[in-house]
Each structure stands twice: as structure tokens, then as C-alpha cells.
Design a binder for this molecule. Structure first.
Ligand SMILES: Cc1ncc(C[n+]2csc(CCOP(=O)(O)OP(=O)(O)O)c2C)c(N)n1
Ligand SMILES: [Mg+2]
Length: 249
């Protein structure tokens, strides 16, 4: 049913891999875990007046490539610099800041009675930051039903698993306790699962969070679920493994 999206996701993974190699960029794991979410948002869900913030901006390459493909004028860089004419609505890269900014944007839109939603993609590692929980309080208090947060729940932070580092346990229950409308997507790489949830309108008076369970490094099996691939330069034998897995060999 989503064959075209599937092909677009494959191409974005291939292009991202090629760009990583060309630029010596290492953040493969967290870039590959969010590819389907990016494609779903930009191809099927977001409307003209909506805005997207990539808070986990160490994974900026696939977003920049996708925006370039759409005709925006962007430089590939790790972390993002404000460039609203070209789809980057705030500077991100220092984790824990995209959500507070998104809350502010959504609040401003509400106050000005402007249409459109603000979508913010955060990592699970970012959910360990205090700013996340402050933002949740503020989003609920101001009934930001124009705000949608996507959590890339890949279970791995920079050096280890969340389980070993600092577990989030039942994140869905925590969001609900903060009075958010929380949904879980069990396979965050499945368009069949992602798109209906992302297309659904917000419950009146509640901000929405979609917790998408994903695989860090998705698409290159040998690299999947390995914390080493949070940030490892691709070279030698691994270059060949990656190319073969992505059909680039
Ligand atoms: C405030 C802050 N502290 C540390 C870092 C360095 N850093 C970059 S990515 C990362 C964690 C990666 O794990 P996660 O946040 O879960 O991202 P993902 O798994 O989606 O790649 C860290 C600690 C940073 N960018 N910002
Ligand atoms: Mg993670």
C-alpha cells in the first residue's frame, strides 16, 4: 500500500549513507531510526502551514537531504542552524531544546489564532533531560492541541542502552500522567502503523505525543541496535557491509 513511501525511505537511507561517507559524518544510528517518520511526515502528514523541528539534530543529514530534494537551499551539517526560508525553524543540536522551543511556537500560534501544527521530533535520550518535563507541564497547562511530539524510542543513547544508562520505563504512562494524549507505535518503521496515528487530529485541549519504537541503525542489519553506531565513521570493511545492505554495492 505504501510502496512509493517505502522506495523513498530506501533512497533517503542510501543518500544519507553516501553523504556520511563523503563528509565523514558519523551519526548513522539515530539518523536511520527516524527515516520512516520523516518520510511519513513530509510526504503524507504535514500541511503547508505546519512546522517541523528536529530536536535530535545530530541526525540532521537525512532531514537536510529530504529538504534539498524538495528544492530547499541547505548545506549539509551536523546540527541545524536557523534558516526558516529553507525549512529549519530553529537552531538545534544541544539536546533538550527543540521541545521547549516547539512549545513556545505552538503557544504563540494559539494566542495569535494561527492555523497549523508544530511537530517536534525528540530522541529517547532527550527524554532524560529536565527541559523535556518542564515542556510537558507547560504544553498541558496551555492546552496545546496544535503540538505533536514524536519520540524516536530506539532504546539507545550515546554510549549505551537507556536501560543501562537511565531508563525511561513506561514513557506512555508518564506522558499520560502529564495530561498529554499519548500514543504508541510499536513499529516506528511501518508506514501502516505510523500514518494513521500521525494523521489523526489532536484531542481538543491536549498536546499529542507519539512514542515510536524504532531500531537504531535500521536498514543495515549488522549495525542495528549497536550503541557503537551512534557515532562511528564508516570505513574499511564496514563501508562494504553498509553498501551491500543498502543495495549500493
Ligand atoms: C545537551 C547535550 N548533551 C550531549 C550531547 C551529545 N550527544 C549527542 S547525541 C547524544 C545522545 C544520543 O542518543 P539519543 O539522544 O537517544 O539519540 P538517538 O538515539 O536518536 O540518536 C549525546 C549525548 C548533545 N548534543 N547535547
Ligand atoms: Mg536513542
Amino acid at each position: 500500500m505504501y510502496e512509493i513511501l517505502f522506495e523513498k525511505a530506501m533512497k533517503l537511507r542510501q543518500d544519507t549513507f553516501t553523504a556520511f561517507v563523503e563528509h565523514g559524518e558519523p551519526h548513522l544510528g539515530g539518523s536511520f531510526s527516524m527515516i520512516e517518520m520523516l518520510i511519513a511526515l513530509y510526504e503524507e502528514v504535514m500541511q503547508e502551514e505546519d512546522k517541523f523541528i528536529l530536536s535530535k539534530a545530530h541526525a540532521s543529514f537525512p532531514l537536510c537531504l529530504l529538504l534539498k530534494e524538495k528544492g530547499y537551499d541547505l548545506r549539509l551539517a551536523t546540527h541545524l542552524e536557523l534558516n526558516p526560508e529553507n525549512g529549519i525553524h530553529c537552531t538545534t543540536g544541544s539536546l533538550g531544546h527543540g521541545l521547549p522551543i516547539g512549545v513556545g511556537m505552538a503557544m504563540a500560534r494559539k494566542m495569535q489564532k494561527k492555523p497549523g501544527k508544530v511537530y517536534v521530533m525528540v530522541s529517547d535520550g532527550e527524554c532524560q533531560e529536565g527541559t523535556t518535563w518542564e515542556s510537558l507541564l507547560i504544553g498541558a497547562k496551555h492546552k496545546l492541541d496544535n503540538l505533536v511530539v514524536l519520540v524516536d524510542y530506539n532504546g539507545i543513547q550515546a554510549l549505551t542502552t537507556l536501560e543501562e544508562g537511565l531508563p525511561l520505563d513506561n514513557l506512555d504512562a508518564k506522558f499520560k500522567a502529564f495530561n498529554w494524549d499519548s500514543r504508541e507505535v510499536l513499529d516506528g518503521h511501518s508506514f501502516e502503523e505510523l500514518i494513521p496515528v500521525l494523521r489523526e487530529g489532536c484531542v481538543e485541549g491536549k498536546p499529542r505525543v507519539v512514542i515510536a519504537h524504532t531500531t537504531k541503525g535500521k536498514g543495515i542489519q549488522t549495525f542495528e541496535n549497536d550503541p557503537a553506531w551512534h557515532a562511528r565513521k564508516i570505513k574499511g570493511e564496514q563501508l562494504e557491509i553498509g553498501k551491500r545492505a543498502l543495495g549500493l554495492a
